[in-house]
Ligand binder design. Structure first.
Ligand code: PMP
Length: 408
């Protein structure tokens, strides 16, 4: 029937991108993009990715066969090590089940699907608690698999930092065994992360309440430039000996956005039957994967695998990560100091306090729209800016424009 499918709204982020592309102004600035740009405002192919690509193209053995259902084993094993540390007991005790997915989105989806099928307490689904705000797609992914969702306080509008008390209260009030979605580092959209001490408190509180941690990690190494440091939150939980899952994306840290490389990991709590539980989980993940995508895409997985399995390339990757995270940190400092020089009303310390690709500026929707109409500067309506869209040539223009709209 013609009237049963209503028109859905356009994805706001992709709509923003379209509006930016259509704008003929030479001054336009795209602060909506969720992808890294170099100082010339151009996409950056990591030098290490170019090298891996070269190796792959010259490999006479390479072909276009299917991968196994769980993906490229030389990638998934190293991917788990990257998150948990190469000598993690969880790995040696065979308590980790890893499946290659369609980037981070596919990993979140596979995890959601798995929990919808198997995570019930007394026959009832537990609610998934998402930070307020969170990456908008989380809402749709969990809702689409039929899991109930709720939010926990996260961003404090006053301090533009973490509402830690609000978050803890919500975790304490949530029914035991609730699924709690956590951004491992570089929270999207706020750029606000708990401190290591706060993570410890969160982990202890969640363990006490028997909540189920669902980590989403899309920015490992991209946030601080240090892969181990950016995995600190996850390692802390794993060391607590709790069962958890992790959705891992290689889009940002390898610059492999369109290649859709990522992994989903299940980590069992230590016990005498942990390895057996893990093997059962892996068997079920394989069935879900088979019915959804059969097997994951091969090209990006091979690139990431070549880098992760070669010491020299791995070192070069770390250098590339420092280049990207370093430029972003420099842009945070530049924007903050320009706003402070201009004496723009308000405090701007949050720009350098927040980390990762995004910053929640605190600009109102009206100010955001004015920046778009009067200055051709594009950002999401919630005032989130992508630091990657700033460069040495446009940061002053952006600061002056923000200064003007804030004073109005
Ligand atoms: N989770 C978060 C929090 C993200 O910001 C992103 C990327 N925007 C993803 C997951 C997944 O991205 P992708 O599917 O491109 O790996």
């Amino acid at each position: 029937p013609p009237d049963v499918v209503p028109q859905a709204p356009e994805d706001p982020l992709f709509g923003l991108m379209r509006a930016y592309k259509a704008d003929p102004s030479p001054n336009k600035v795209d602060l909506g993009i969720g992808a890294y740009r170099d100082d010339n405002g151009k996409p950056w192919v990591l030098s290490v990715v170019r090298k891996a690509d070269e190796i792959l193209r010259n490999d006479p053995e390479a072909n276009h066969e299917y991968l196994p259902i769980a993906g490229l084993a030389s990638l998934t094993g190293k991917a788990a090590e990257l998150l948990l540390g190469p000598s993690a007991p969880a790995i040696s005790e065979k308590r980790v089940a890893s499946v290659q997915t369609i980037s981070g989105t596919g990993a979140v989806h596979l995890g959601a699907l798995f929990l919808a099928k198997f995570y019930k307490i007394d026959g009832v689904h537990r609610t998934v608690y998402l930070s307020n705000p969170t990456w908008a797609n989380h809402h749709q992914i969990f809702t689409n698999v039929g899991l109930p969702i709720a939010t926990y306080p996260y961003f404090d509008k006053e301090t533009k930092g973490l509402d830690f008390e609000g978050m803890k209260r919500a975790l304490a009030d949530a029914p035991a065994g609730s699924i709690i979605l956590l951004h491992a580092c570089a929270h999207n959209p706020t750029g606000v992360d708990p401190s290591p001490e706060q993570w410890r408190e969160i982990a202890a509180l969640m363990k006490e309440k028997k909540h189920f941690p669902f980590f989403d990690t899309a920015y490992q190494g991209f946030a601080s430039g240090d892969l181990d440091r950016d995995a600190g939150s996850i390692r802390l939980f794993v060391e607590q000996g709790v069962e958890l899952v992790i959705a891992q994306s290689f889009a940002k840290n390898f610059g492999l956005y369109g290649e859709r490389a990522g992994c989903f990991h299940f980590v069992a709590a230590p016990s005498s039957d942990a390895a057996e539980i893990t093997s059962r989980v892996a068997s079920q993940l394989a069935i879900l994967q088979r019915s959804e995508i059969s097997n994951p895409p091969i090209y990006g997985a091979r690139i990431a695998s070549i880098v992760l399995n070669d010491q020299a390339l791995f070192a070069e990757w770390q250098e590339n990560l420092r280049t990207m995270s370093g430029r972003i940190i420099a842009m945070r400092q530049a924007l903050r100091s320009k706003l402070e020089e201009l004496g723009t009303p308000g405090k701007w310390n949050h720009i350098t306090d927040q980390i990762g690709m995004f910053s929640f500026t605190g600009l109102t929707e009206a100010q955001v729209l004015k920046l778009r109409s009067d200055f051709h500067i594009y950002m999401t309506k919630n005032g989130r800016i992508s630091m990657a869209g700033l460069n040495t040539r446009n940061v002053e223009y952006v600061a002056k424009a923000i200064d003007k709209v804030v004073r109005e």
